[in-house]
Design a protein around this ligand. Structure first.
Ligand SMILES: NC(=O)c1ccc[n+]([C@@H]2O[C@H](COP(=O)([O-])OP(=O)(O)OC[C@H]3O[C@@H](n4cnc5c(N)ncnc54)[C@H](OP(=O)(O)O)[C@@H]3O)[C@@H](O)[C@H]2O)c1
Length: 306
């Protein structure tokens, strides 16, 4: 399958590696020094849990010409980076596009892309359940098996068969969801409080693990966030996370404490710009719902980023 991975950061690099090893014809769109790095040294990934480093040869482009056609385009970047690439995708001849990453306002993104596009676009949204960070000349990837949850906004993904074929010879799992928009909205409710708290301790997650008040605030902020979604008529997915926060608070506290004291918590990258963009999206949801979220707001103030 002729595939473009647009965005050559941590998770785009991992996805490109999976697709190359799965026998696809993969091109990466990278810019600046990252493009040079990929051209000269190949796609180098340190697989954190697997204790191995892989290097793949990959085709690299730095601009997407309108007439260049791909069977599939995966756009893997931070939520705040999407607006800049929508006009480029709109002008391109390819139809099948999967926007991968956090996006609590997926309907708006889809509408803008459709309005800008001269040709019919089939649009899906995905989220990779892995993490990692970049080092000087390589990506560190933290993952269990390699998995993406994905779905279209209204009905099934029209190019689902094509997606399944492109991952057929990989160990990577695709989980198609009926309501990806709700999944993406639910996801920010769990990760934003944790990221806000991480910024509040200036990235010192061990310090966070020892801070009872901050850990408790994370849980209360999640609870407030779920209330906002419920008021707007969304049924949080996966359901278990609401139960964890409301019925098993002590256990959730222990989990957060343990997670933030482990080295793996330091391997997952967060970005201040994305945090600001996601929190603004949450603010809009909160205003629509008309619900106060005092603990969430205090956490946002303490983060120093918002
Ligand atoms: N990394 C993690 O641990 C992790 C975990 C869970 C979820 N996520 C989510 O997954 C998504 C992707 O994260 P990531 O860590 O892979 O991000 P990332 O490392 O920042 O990668 C994004 C890539 O997109 C590129 N890019 C941005 N705008 C571009 C443009 N206009 N043209 C060309 N390239 C552009 C960036 O290039 P430059 O480097 O030149 O800016 C960067 O290489 C985010 O929503 C993130 O929150 C990440």
């Amino acid at each position: 399958m002729k595939t473009l991975v647009y965005g050559a950061g941590v998770l785009g690099s991992y996805l490109a590696h999976v697709l190359i090893r799965g026998g696809n014809d993969v091109t990466m769109l990278a810019r600046g020094s990252r493009a040079e790095e990929l051209k000269q040294g190949g796609l180098v990934i340190r697989h954190y849990f697997q204790l191995k480093t892989t290097t793949d040869k990959v085709k690299v482009i730095s601009t997407l010409a309108p007439e260049e056609h791909y069977d599939l385009i995966f756009v893997v970047m931070k939520c705040n980076d999407f607006p800049a690439v929508l006009p480029v995708l709109a002008a391109n001849a390819s139809s099948n596009i999967i926007l991968v990453g956090n996006n609590p306002e997926a309907h708006d993104t889809q509408r803008i892309l459709e309005e800008l596009s001269g040709n019919k676009k089939n649009i899906a949204f995905g989220f990779q359940l892995s993490g990692g960070r970049r080092e000087k000349d390589r990506m560190i990837c933290v993952r269990a098996g390699g998995q993406m949850v994905l779905g279209a906004l209204g009905g099934a993904v029209p190019f689902q068969d094509m997606l399944v074929r492109s991952f057929a010879h990989t160990q990577y799992k695709l989980s198609f969801l009926e309501d990806m928009d709700t999944w993406l909205k639910s996801h920010i409710i769990t990760i934003l409080p944790m990221n806000l708290a991480t910024f509040a301790v200036k990235g010192d997650v061990k310090k966070l693990a020892r801070n009872k008040k901050l850990l408790q605030q994370i849980i209360t902020a999640m609870d407030e966030g779920f209330s906002v979604l419920e008021k707007l008529g969304y049924s949080v997915v996966p359901k278990g996370q609401v139960k964890a926060v409301r019925s098993y608070r002590k256990l959730t506290y222990m989990f957060l404490k343990l997670y933030h004291s482990l080295p793996v918590a330091r391997m997952v990258a967060g970005s201040a710009q994305e945090l600001v963009a996601l929190n603004s999206a949450f603010d809009r949801l909160k205003q629509q719902a008309g619900i106060a979220t005092p603990v969430w707001d205090e956490l946002a103030d303490r983060s120093g980023e918002i």
